[in-house]
Design a protein around this ligand. Structure first.
Ligand SMILES: Nc1ncnc2c1ncn2[C@@H]1O[C@H](COP(=O)(O)OP(=O)(O)OP(=O)(O)O)[C@@H](O)[C@H]1O
Ligand SMILES: [Mg+2]
Length: 511
């Protein structure tokens, strides 16, 4: 420690108490800091305020910096001044900061210009520094940095009494900093793991590890924080609505409403007033002004389910929402601004609807900025066991809590079945099986899956293609897989049979 001219006598006990109080107050403040950078700034601010310093900075370990340390927080310095103080002498050898780091001892200059070691250093001379207090930040035996404070307007700013206080403060700060850095690394790790989990398992409660579903999740991830319109396609029960909700609840609009509208449910007029609201008296029964669902969803997301069912009139109104961000209540002349994100879904082929002039092409392109098609379950059979286990988990409660899983035959049957109703059908099948099952494991019989090889004439609405497929497969089974015999029995060529089998195989997708 350099020579200090003692100007005052020892502090009376009252001042000690004040200092202790300040210290414990400071300890509480800095220990509540959870972010390292913010904590550093609080530490510097508190130190400066308590010791009435004019300028200050914290010099801290930094693996990236050439000299292993860098200025992490500073107040009232210009860059040049800061460089001057830090880099004093040959590579900083003459600086107060370097001296504290090297010796681990604090430096207190009551009257800097009169000090024999630092009095003639450039920064003291050029910046007219009058008083300096610098203490090491220490973690156990390691020097992790320095808190540096000075005053250019007044000498004697800091006294020897300041030192124990400042050192106790620095010790507290070092521990708090270590904690905050640790919390920060946990936080980063946590975020990384969460992204990883999301990548593998999709979104909360949405199951899928197949390549096809991972692709879906990736697209969803990319559109989350945008306002791009999303059009969801895919057969019934493939999860269009769950994806729409995932986009809303994981995106930046999640604090606002998600409003789902089933476009096929209501007569045109009712749907219009439902969507856009109405003015009092605009039709019989309109006894008061009413907000529409687009108003309710303002700032949030509107999910238009079965969008192909919208009438031409409502298609036009919807186009206006997408183009101008405006709606008009029924019976109103005024347009109103709304800010909604539109997600729509359809299991009809909208392109075919456009060809038949049932759907506006310009609307289609507005809805279809991002196009996500959910694959049918039979094209991602790897997901079947995962989904089955997930649903069983949900249903195996209360009196069914003894259910532990599936027999391997049951799992095979689940994987083999075609699932025309996709995930919804699987969900229902598992619920039914959970009720039926006698043992701990769900068996094939509990599943009661429709026998795809059974007599198809029982279902009058089965598409021809499907009748054909089932009939051919049944015949093939009957002839024990012999193609020639099967072809002869069915009265088709072997080539035809090969071609069809290949086609159906491809439709079923890779297992
Ligand atoms: N990947 C998934 N993980 C977990 N559950 C799912 C998944 N996909 C769908 N489901 C469940 O399956 C059921 C049907 O899903 P959803 O309602 O989203 O299908 P949809 O495509 O909107 O069907 P539709 O066209 O008939 O309206 C829901 O109960 C949903 O929770
Ligand atoms: Mg749906």
């Amino acid at each position: 420690m350099s020579e200090i001219t003692e100007q005052r006598t020892a502090q009376p006990d009252g001042d000690l108490l004040t200092a202790l109080n300040a210290l414990s107050e400071i300890a509480a403040t800095i220990n509540s800091g959870r972010y390292p950078q913010r904590l550093l700034e609080t530490v510097l601010e508190t130190a400066m305020r308590t010791l009435d310093a004019e300028r200050g900075f914290i010099f801290l370990e930094d693996d990236e910096a050439e000299i292993g340390f860098a200025v992490k927080a500073q107040q009232n310095f210009t860059q040049d001044e800061l460089d001057g103080v830090v880099k004093e002498g040959a590579e900083g050898s003459g600086s107060v900061v370097r001296s504290v780091l090297a010796s681990g001892e604090p430096v207190l200059l009551y009257e800097a210009s009169a000090d024999e070691r630092f009095g003639s250093t450039q920064s003291v001379v050029l910046q007219h520094i009058q008083s300096i207090a610098a203490v090491p930040l220490r973690l156990k035996a390691r020097q992790i940095g320095v808190i540096y404070l000075d005053s250019v307007s007044r000498r004697g700013r800091f006294t020897r009494q300041s030192l124990p206080f400042l050192q106790a403060f620095a010790n507290q700060a070092a521990v708090a900093l270590e904690n905050a850095t640790f919390v920060q690394s946990l936080r980063n790790e946590n975020r990384r793991l969460r992204t990883e989990v999301q990548r593998v398992h999709g979104f909360d409660g949405i199951i899928g590890q197949s390549a096809r579903m991972r692709e879906v999740f990736e697209t969803v991830n990319r559109v989350l924080d945008t306002d791009a319109s999303v059009l969801l396609g895919g057969e019934s029960g493939t999860g269009k609505e769950v994806i729409a909700r995932a986009i809303h609840y994981n995106g930046h609009r999640r604090e606002k409403a998600f409003v789902a509208i089933f476009c096929g449910a209501l007569p045109d007029d009712l749907l219009e007033s439902e969507l856009f609201g109405h003015k009092k008296g605009s039709f019989t029964g309109a006894v008061a002004d009413k907000k529409g669902l687009f108003d309710v969803a303002d700032g949030g997301t509107v999910f238009l389910d079965e969008v192909a069912d919208l009438s031409p009139k409502l298609q036009t109104a919807l186009l206006r929402v997408l183009q101008e961000g405006e709606i008009k209540r029924v019976g109103d002349t005024q347009m109103r601004k709304v800010d909604v994100r539109i997600i729509s879904a359809s299991n009809k082929d909208l392109k075919a609807e456009i060809d038949e002039r049932a759907f506006r092409e310009d609307l289609f392109y507005r809805l279809n900025t991002i196009d996500i098609v959910l694959p049918p379950l039979r094209h991602r059979r790897d997901d079947i066991p995962l989904l089955a286990a997930h649903f069983l988990d949900q249903f195996a409660t209360g009196t069914r809590a003894h259910l532990r899983g599936f027999t391997s035959e049951a799992l095979d049957a689940l994987r083999q079945y075609r699932w025309p109703g996709n995930v919804r059908e699987l969900e229902n099948a598992i619920e039914r099986a959970a009720v039926m099952a006698r043992g701990d494991l769900i068996d094939t019989a509990d599943l009661r899956l429709p026998d795809e090889g059974a007599d198809t004439s029982l279902d009058p609405d089965l598409p021809m293609r499907e009748v054909e497929r089932r009939h051919v497969l049944r015949s093939l089974e009957h002839h024990e897989g012999n193609i020639s015999e099967t072809a002869r029995a069915l009265g088709v060529s072997r080539r035809w049979l090969h071609y069809r089998l290949k086609e159906w195989n491809e439709e079923d997708g890779p297992d």
